[in-house]
Design a protein around this ligand. Structure first.
Ligand code: NAI
Length: 340
């Protein structure tokens, strides 16, 4: 076995937390050769519920589970942590303006960023799941000046997985027969799920996705359905996505830490992750935006030469520009509020 890794989960008593912790403890995130120490961070009112989850984790007798600590103190929760999964956030409630929402989340992600800066392991990896995820990640990052900016990411893997599943269903193939989907921009309704460089394997032959499904279906059904899938789940299930969000969080961290590996034909398998922009694709440097990405087990890397293909899907470039503009306006709003 490798040395134990410390994993901190915030919002541990929430719905996603409950779907996430048992899979991490079972080795599905860091591999079945890596023991884990879990740190559960909650607000005081939810500490008892988190203790209950810790009791159930013990009752699973997971061979890889080294320890579980429950706390409401960020300094303790992030002490020496290698993997920080920031799930707990302040949800938007009726009548809440965007400024109020950003302010409330600034009060969570600012202090957590500072605690990560002061206490986490030097090689910490952070993924923000709590919404608005990209901007919460930016706030945390800006409070952690000693941690490389690239170590702060946000989750768009759920959107990516939703897009892969929807395309596979439409094409009548399995998800293994779909490759090269990209989610661009913000984890919000403006995101751009892009099929212009995607491929689908039909009868053992890889074809451009937009030759298998048409651009009208892409525009009228695929893009809005992926972007609105969270709302669709709420209306059908009566509660927001939890197990699928947890599964995507595990995919994101596992791919980052262990590598994305090779795809169906041996080329690098790419996915989507919200990572700090280096200015690629016209996304202003420093924004945490979703890109086509690979990891060799070290850092996420933005895959070049995949600009949305305007000829394959008219309006593709505008869709990318619109979601990036939304990220810029969120960044400007948190700057004005003094949160970054
Ligand atoms: P939930 O309401 O069931 O759980 C959230 C938990 O966070 C609660 O137990 C709460 O006490 C805790 N919490 C709040 N402030 C905290 C703080 N300062 N420190 C530690 N814990 C804190 O919510 P659920 O369903 O688990 O969702 C969590 C977040 O994930 C939400 O913001 C939701 O919008 C977001 N989400 C993001 C997705 C993505 O793809 N990026 C997908 C689905 C949900």
């Amino acid at each position: 076995n490798r040395a134990p890794q410390t994993v901190t989960v915030t919002g541990a008593a929430g719905n996603i937390g409950y779907a996430l912790l048992f899979r991490i403890a079972a080795g599905q995130m860091l591999g079945e050769d890596t023991p884990v120490r879990l740190r559960l961070l909650e607000v005081p009112a939810a500490l008892k519920a988190a203790e209950g989850t810790a009791m159930e984790l013990a009752d699973c007798a997971f061979g890889l589970l080294d320890s579980v600590d429950v706390t409401d103190d960020p300094a303790q929760a992030f002490d020496g942590t290698h993997h920080a999964l920031l799930v707990g956030a302040r949800p938007r409630t009726a009548g809440m303006e965007r400024g109020d929402l950003l302010q409330a989340n600034g009060g969570i992600f600012g202090p957590q960023g500072r605690a990560i800066n002061e206490h986490a392991d030097d090689a910490v990896r952070v993924v923000v799941v709590g919404n608005p995820a990209n901007t919460n990640a930016l706030i945390a990052q800006q409070h952690a000046p000693d941690v490389p900016a690239s170590r702060f990411t946000a989750l768009t893997r759920l959107d990516h997985n939703r897009a892969v599943a929807l395309l596979a269903a439409k094409a009548g193939v399995t998800v293994e027969d779909v490759d090269g989907v990209t989610i661009w921009g913000n984890h919000s309704a403006t995101q751009f799920p892009d099929l212009t460089h995607a491929r689908v394997r039909v009868d053992s032959e890889w074809k451009p996705a937009l030759e298998v499904v048409d651009s009208a279906w892409t525009d009228d059904e695929f893009i809005p359905r992926v972007a609105q899938r969270g709302a669709e789940i709420i209306s059908v299930r009566g509660a927001s996505s939890a197990a699928s969000a947890a599964s995507a969080t595990i995919d994101h961290m596992r791919d980052w830490a262990l590598g994305t590996g090779a795809g169906a034909d041996g080329s690098a398998r790419r996915t989507s992750a919200a990572i700090v922009s280096d200015g690629s694709y016209g996304v202003p440097e420093g924004l945490i935006s979703s890109f086509p990405a690979t990891s060799d087990g070290g850092e996420w890397k933005i895959v070049p030469d995949l600009a949305p293909d305007e000829a394959a899907l008219p309006g593709a470039g505008e869709r990318l520009a619109a979601t990036v503009a939304e990220l810029e306006s969120e960044r400007d709003a948190v700057k004005e509020l003094g949160l970054v």
